[in-house]
Design a protein around this ligand. Sequence first.
Ligand code: ZN
Ligand code: ZN
Length: 155
Amino acid sequence: MEKRCTFCGKELGFLERDVLGCGGTDQPCCKSCHQKMMPLSMVERCQRALQTGRAVDWRTMQGFLEQHQQGEDTAKRQAEQRKQQRRTGKSCLRCGAPMLSLGKQTFKLGEETFFFSDWNRLFSGSLDLEVEVCKQCQKVEFFLPEGVSLNLNER
Ligand SMILES: [Zn+2]
Ligand SMILES: [Zn+2]
């Protein structure tokens, strides 16, 4: 069976035959393509190979790309979440250092009655509050989550 370079399509003579690892597959390729492709990342190699339509075992490579993409998406989402969780854009009222968010915490009313005694009347069960903390002086602040409003005048 004649072998062609996956990347340029050139017929490969015996001395010219080389293989390039691409996402779990071995793509036959010529020496010059091998040299060109070596510095590329594994993802780029797979993309190039798939584009040609000549790739050997392309399903394996596609699987590799999909997994890689999923991994990147997850990493991006997590990094974004972490950023959003932490950054509040507010400054500490005591010392002026940036306030960091600890995210939404659920407080069970009744257990923390000493803290929220007035609020027991307004909420039953539990209460979600955004908690922010100053890293420098450790002051902690609570905020109602967005979309929750209280009419405290209604006594
Ligand atoms: Zn080639
Ligand atoms: Zn502070």
